[in-house]
Design a protein around this ligand. Structure first.
Ligand code: PLP
Length: 397
């Protein structure tokens, strides 16, 4: 269909009309099981009644006033997030990229306050931090950066899940102020690092006076089976960014900080007109309250294990599958070949999925997925993947 949108997305020929829980319906009335949740956004499912009620009530009261005035909804949300994450302060923006921009600015200011004129932030290969100039420069994927040079300076790239290289950087470079890393790489292919990776990064940051900054935009809000993925490692970062599931679809991002880092940004150093307005905070508060009440992170841990077990069983012995892994409800089925075509095949079969890093089927279902929905996802997607691989094998032979 011709339209006046900038051509930034290759879209599937699907128009979602309405949605409920784990299902969406297109304008032809076809139903899809949503195993992607709007890319890890609608973690409580679509049209969750608590979120819908909170948004509707707040919309009738007050949508926006700007950050020139006190916003009690923002203050309450900040208190609750800080309690959950054991952090001290929050800046609210409108997206993941903006949350990371706040973190990057915070780290630079932190460095300048320590007398470092050219502050550097360590970032990793395969990472994804957003599409603004600073966040795409931090991102470890040339495809995201190509054509947008000159990139923002001040990032030092190291391999993911490699502590030794960072230790070497610490010895050679006096300008490092922070490490910015995803606890599990999402866009990069659901890459789960060694269990002690974050613990070691915490130690290196402590030894060198660096900030440990975790991008939990995809991993946060219960996605990996804990409120925040770093809680698996029992460490606390200095800075953590959130977005995606925080608003269950309402655009909100957050940059949380702890200790000295919590006091770095001061009036005049950062801001956002919309950031944390009453409407989005009401949605996020409903998300926090509902997830607390329903113990959603623990449910995600249980269901994630069930899904990985289920796929491992149904796809056992299937040639072309190289790995099935997950942490909570961040699940990957890795193939030995490019498989972007699976997205359309799955959609034809009534399943919304994603393929990332070329050959990784990425599943990010709602965290409150029901048993029978999980069973349907496992059996139906396994048929699609098996069909794709067998057809592919026949063509090759
Ligand atoms: N960081 C991570 C880990 C992400 O997965 C994403 C989005 O996929 C972003 C940052 C950027 O978030 P947004 O698209 O809301 O700017």
């Amino acid at each position: 269909m011709a339209n006046n949108l900038m051509n930034t997305y290759g879209r599937l020929p699907i128009t979602v009309d309405f949605a409920q829980g784990a299902y969406v319906w297109d304008t032809d009335g076809k139903r899809y099981l949503d195993a992607l949740s709007g890319i890890a956004v609608c973690s409580l499912g679509h049209a969750h009644p608590a979120v819908a009620k909170a948004v509707s009530e707040q919309a009738h009261m007050l949508v926006h006033t700007s950050n020139l005035y006190h916003i009690p909804q923002q203050e309450k949300l900040a208190t609750d997030l800080c309690k959950l994450a054991k952090m001290d302060s929050v800046f609210f923006g409108n997206s993941g990229a903006e949350a990371n921009e706040a973190a990057i600015k915070l780290a630079r200011l932190y460095g300048h306050k320590k007398g470092i004129q050219n502050p550097q932030i360590i970032v990793t290969d395969g990472s994804f931090h957003g599409r603004t100039m600073a966040t795409l420069s931090a991102t470890g994927n040339r495809k995201i950066q190509a054509g947008f040079e000159p990139l923002v300076q001040g990032f030092l790239r190291v391999p993911y899940n490699d502590v030794e290289t960072i230790k070497n950087v610490a010895e050679m470079n006096q300008n490092v102020v922070a490490i910015l890393v995803e606890p599990v790489q999402g866009e990069g292919g659901i890459n789960i690092p060694d269990a002690d990776y974050l613990t070691q990064l915490r130690q290196i940051c402590d030894d060198n006076g660096w900030l440990l900054m975790l991008d939990e935009i995809q991993t946060g809000m219960g996605r990996t089976g804990k409120w925040f993925a770093h809680q698996h490692a029992k460490i606390i970062p200095d800075v953590m960014t959130l977005a995606k599931a925080l608003g269950n679809g309402l655009p909100i991002g957050a940059c949380l900080a702890k200790g000295g880092a919590a006091k770095v940004l001061q009036p005049g150093t950062h801001g956002s007109t919309y950031g944390g307005n009453p409407l989005v905070c009401a949605a996020a508060q409903a998300v926090v309250d509902t997830m607390s009440k329903e113990k959603t992170p623990a449910a995600a841990a249980r269901m994630g294990t069930q899904l990985v077990k289920g796929f491992s069983k149904t796809l056992a012995g299937q040639t072309g599958i190289t790995d099935i892994r997950g942490l909570g409800m961040m699940i990957a089925i890795e193939l030995d070949r490019p498989c972007a075509a699976l997205v359309k095949l799955a959609a034809d079969a009534g399943l919304l999925i994603n393929v990332t890093a070329g050959n990784v089927v990425r599943l990010l279902p709602p965290l409150n997925l029901k048993d029978k929905e999980a069973k349907a996802l496992i059996s139906e997607l396994s048929v699609v993947i098996t069909g794709f691989l067998n057809h592919n094998n026949e063509e090759a032979s």
